[in-house]
Design a protein around this ligand. Structure first.
Ligand code: HEM
Length: 278
């Protein structure tokens, strides 16, 4: 409700009390943090030795070309870094939190992941090369992403021209939310769509099985730019956590799988007991 009011009366909302003020204040702090970082890097900048994305952006800014002011201005840098934080951090950490919740809810699945880690990785540091020898863990991670369904509504898209799709006329510029949720829970593709069931991604011999309805990163030209990185992060973090710990719920915990209300579908806060395996 508040964000609708915000869209319609932005100036008025700035003056009214309410929880939206906290969001605005947090946003301001977040942007100040990013701004302070790039101001610091601007002072230290050596265009011949660019250390990261911010340096590369600032170097473009200093080239003195039309695009230096048209595209590479401070406002765009602020939004770019902000988007990378939101797109790259919130998503992966939320998925990992779903993963830990599933592991404490289903200890027998956790046990199988532990066994596979022991068999394939042992006490070595997990590497991406290990994944193809770990079909069960791979299936579990896919199922965490399918079940977690962290961006159920996807991001909004809009057609660049008038189109007719399955008999529906959609004028240019119409907001469209191509729902990821309905695909990830499609009965035609997943045997038990509303259950956490890693076998969705395993064949009868226990080999990893792809499923074309696995689309948590969306599809098409504007699908997630960080998909490969995200998959690596999920595999490496998840296996490292389970290599080192056994996770259990605290006694009497309910382990509710209904997502909390928010921008992404995140699990409700839960407590966890981690016992070292070393
Ligand atoms: C589990 C992790 C992640 C999930 C589930 C996820 C999911 C998505 C989805 C559904 C979209 C919208 C695609 C569309 O509009 O059709 C998206 C866009 C995007 N994601 Fe991710 N993402 C994840 C991690 C990351 C990471 C780690 C990065 C980068 C560091 C990243 C960067 C982006 C960017 C830049 C876009 C916008 C692409 C565009 O509009 O062309 N994402 N992501």
């Amino acid at each position: 409700m508040e964000h609708h009011l915000y869209d319609s009366f932005p100036t008025l909302m700035d003056l009214l009390p309410g929880p939206h003020r906290k969001i605005v204040e947090n946003m301001r702090q977040f942007q100040n943090f990013i701004r302070a970082q790039f101001m610091k890097q601007k002072k230290e900048l050596d265009v011949t030795d660019q250390r990261n994305l911010i340096d590369a952006f600032l170097a473009k800014q200093q080239e003195g070309k039309p695009e230096s002011t048209e595209y590479f201005h401070n406002e765009n840098l602020l939004v770019l870094v902000g988007n990378l934080f939101a797109a790259g951090m919130e998503t992966t950490s939320t998925t990992l939190r779903w993963g830990l919740l599933m592991m404490i809810k289903y200890p027998e699945i956790q046990k199988k992941v532990h066994n596979e880690i022991e068999r394939v990785i042992g006490s070595a540091q997990p590497q991406m090369d290990h994944r193809k020898q770990m079909p069960y863990t791979d299936a579990v991670i896919h199922e965490i992403q399918r079940f977690g369904d962290i961006l159920p509504h996807n991001l909004p898209h809009a057609p660049t021209k008038d189109i007719t799709f399955r008999g529906y006329f959609i004028p240019k510029g119409t907001f469209i939310f191509p729902l990821i949720h309905s695909i990830l829970r499609d009965k035609a593709y997943f045997e038990k769509p509303d259950e956490f069931y890693p076998e969705h991604f395993l064949d009868s011999k226990g080999n990893f099985k792809k499923n074309e309805a696995f689309v948590p990163f969306s599809i098409g030209k504007r699908s997630c730019a960080g998909e490969t990185l995200a998959k690596m992060e999920l595999f490496l973090f998840f296996t490292t956590l389970l290599q080192n710990f056994t996770f259990q719920p605290i006694p009497g915990a309910k382990l509710d799988l209904t997502p909390a209300l928010g921008v992404t579908n995140a699990p409700k806060p839960f407590e966890i007991c981690a016992t070292s395996r070393r």
